[in-house]
Design a binder for this molecule. Sequence first.
Ligand code: AMP
Ligand code: ZN
Length: 136
Amino acid sequence: MSSQSSCIFCTIVKGIFKLLETETMLAFMDIGPIARGHCLVIPKYHAAKLSDLPDHQMGDILPALAKIASASGNENYNILQNNGRPAHQEVDHVHFHYIPKPADAGDKAGLVVGWPIQGLSQEEIRTSYDELKRKL
Ligand code: AMP
Ligand code: ZN
């Protein structure tokens, strides 16, 4: 986990390709886009994972993503937010990807998703429900 001083996204707060900015949020172009128009929305507050981010630092993020989606005019797109290396997080500062999905792209552009359905029984789903519900 990088600290704030070495965090590339904290540095970008002062950087280039800014799309939108509020007191708590910044949107900018992704430097390694997987589709034309791929961009990122981050809180300015340095937190590695979504669960580390204080609620009051989150408020501007979803409206910014909706605004970008609306302005870019893409009919198909994904919003992606990765947490942890096994979950494909490379930069340890919370970020939301806005990724256009060209209709005819297949697995050549945009997000390519694996969806390994686990085939859990109703009972197994209930067990995980009970565990989580108890902690919320
Ligand atoms: P993730 O795998 O969810 O952590 O995604 C990190 C994203 O940050 C990747 O899509 C990178 O292309 C992008 N990225 C890394 N460094 C920069 C940078 N300096 N400016 C813009 N985007 C970056
Ligand atoms: Zn940071």
